[in-house]
Design a protein around this ligand. Structure first.
Ligand code: TPP
Ligand code: MG
Length: 519
């Protein structure tokens, strides 16, 4: 068996059966092996940042890795931004990067680069294959590393000649590999300490992140809120959060530091569940970086790599609040906006009514996010997948990967226009794979958030040149033609009524669609 086939068989033996790829000469053996070894779904992406973002979305939903296959240092370089977001999401990803043949490496050929150096900042594990016969073992070790816990990016660099050389047997899976199943359970003393704080006289809050923001963790936190009165907060940049459907809603920490600080004001204790002390997105003149009050103490109930859900369940038992029902938010659906202008607010109102049950929302709305999302507490049950690492260009690839992972659920990509342009090639793969994604582009023709940031950083008045750096009109992006040029049917909405009609029609059909919402 040659190395490429051995690699493919090892991936499949570990349940890694989807590969987002953009191959070149050094990966041709792997590509050829796809037809000889059944079981791997190869998904072609027309830019490597789409591959890495898609692998992130896939992992956030299934909690198991997809593979990416990229072409040497430059291919990996193109993928780094969304690998950065995936790292912050703690998503498991098996990143395979082709390398020149071993004999060719010393020649400094055009595509030669220090691939390990490219890989290291985003990967918890980097391995360059040194002998063809190590392929099976090295691939298995890479996959195990990706599983974590928590999930992480593990990179295997494969010289082209090892792909065509004899490699021996595929690596065998060793034991259970899922990150949360392997995550350590709660430490009894941490649970007792958290219970003592919740019973004590000083104001305390719970801060949830990671897997604790899925259904069971949120339900347990809701019981604690009901039984002890503790306020429950959610890390804003957690990979995934169960929302809507009348379930208990932890308060997501606000984006800007002032409202975030106001949410945490007065707390003397914060109990961390798969989270860390929260910080402001940026530093600003005259502001602290940390959001909690200076005299607030932090207590770890479950560390980042721990199992926060089990820890919360143990805390529920320790506090004796098993019989409490989580407080549910108001469930009266807002009426659809009629005859109104199209704004983030009216889009939020429309989505609150029209979001299909069980939808998965990829949120890269940037400046429009808060106005849209605040209406969705009364929406049907959905999963929210926000941007985790602040590096824009994540939303469309993420939606692509999510749709491949969960073909029976409707995926809604809520996407700002500037951010959408970074990785719009995602639309082509959505069309080719017939993925069930409705993309809404919030077309404000501007890097709107930077208007606010310009003020906040004290940069002063915006001159004509400066304005040109945040204005993305002249020419206006025509998202309908961009989308249709890549095979995704698209419409443009300029009023709330048009948006409602178009969104209704788009979610009724299966398959990709795009709405340019001019706001
Ligand atoms: C990879 C990367 N490049 C640049 C930025 C800086 N940045 C943050 S938001 C933004 C523009 C956002 O514009 P848009 O996506 O249209 O959202 P809007 O502010 O209009 O809501 C830019 C360039 C970033 N966060 N990440
Ligand atoms: Mg914009």
């Amino acid at each position: 068996m040659n190395g490429a086939e051995c690699l493919l068989r090892t991936l499949l033996a570990h349940g890694v059966d989807t590969c987002f790829m953009n191959p070149g000469t050094s990966e041709m053996q792997f590509v050829a092996a796809l037809d000889r070894v059944p079981g791997m779904r190869g998904v072609l992406c027309l830019f490597e940042g789409v591959c890495s973002g898609a692998a992130d979305g896939y992992a956030r939903m299934l909690r198991r890795p997809a593979a990416t296959l990229l072409h040497l240092g430059p291919g990996l370089g193109n993928a780094l931004t969304n690998f950065h977001n995936a790292r912050k999401a703690r998503s498991p990803v098996v990143s395979i990067v082709g390398q020149h043949t071993t004999g060719h490496l010393r020649c400094d050929a055009p595509l030669s680069a220090d691939i390990e150096a490219f890989a290291r900042p985003v990967s918890s594990y980097v391995r360059s294959l040194e002998r063809a016969e190590d392929m099976g073992e090295a691939a298995a070790a890479t996959i195990r590393a990706a599983y974590g816990p928590p999930g992480q990016i593990a990179t295997l660099i494969v010289p082209a000649d090892f792909s065509w050389s004899e490699a021996g047997q595929p690596g065998r899976p060793l034991g259970p590999a899922r990150p949360r199943e392997r995550a350590p359970g709660p430490a009894a003393e941490c649970v007792r300490e958290a219970a003592r704080i919740l019973r004590g006289p000083e104001p305390a809050g719970l801060l949830l992140g990671g897997g604790a923001l899925l259904e069971p963790g949120i339900a347990a936190a809701g019981q604690l809120a009901a039984g002890t009165g503790v306020p429950v907060f959610a890390t804003r940049f957690a990979a995934r959060m169960a929302c809507g459907g009348g379930r208990f809603a932890p308060q997501r920490l606000a984006y800007f530091p002032e409202p975030a600080e106001a949410m945490l004001a007065g707390l003397k204790h914060i109990i961390l569940v798969e989270s860390v002390p929260p910080v402001s997105f940026f530093g600003y003149p005259g502001r602290r970086s940390y959001l909690a009050p200076e005299d607030c103490a932090f207590h770890v109930l479950a560390p980042i790599e721990g199992n926060g859900t089990e820890a919360l369940a143990a805390l529920v038992a320790e506090c004796g609040v098993e019989s409490f029902r989580p407080p549910a938010p108001e469930m009266s659906r807002p009426t659809l906006p009629e005859g109104a202008g199209l704004t983030p607010d009216t889009i939020g109102l429309a989505l609150a009514s029209l979001l299909p049950e069980g939808a998965i929302v990829s949120d890269e709305m940037v400046s429009s996010g808060e106005s849209v999302l605040r209406h969705l507490s009364s929406a049907a049950s959905y999963d929210l997948l926000p941007i985790t690492g602040g590096a824009i260009g994540q939303g469309l690839p993420l939606a692509l990967g999510v749709a491949l992972a969960c073909p029976d659920r409707k995926v809604i990509a809520l996407e700002a226009d500037g951010s959408g342009m970074y990785t719009l090639q995602s639309l082509w793969t959505m069309a080719r794979e017939r993925l069930d994604v409705v993309t809404v582009i919030l077309a404000n023709r501007r890097y709107r958030i930077l208007d606010i940031e310009m003020q906040r950083t004290g940069a002063g008045e915006m001159g004509r040149m400066a304005n040109d750096m945040v204005d993305i009109s002249r020419p206006d992006l025509d998202w309908v033609r961009l989308s249709e040029g890549m095979g995704v049917l698209a419409t443009r909405a300029a009023t709330a009524d048009e948006f409602v009609a178009q969104f209704r029609a788009a979610v009724r059909e299966k398959g990709p669609a795009l709405i340019e919402a001019v706001v």
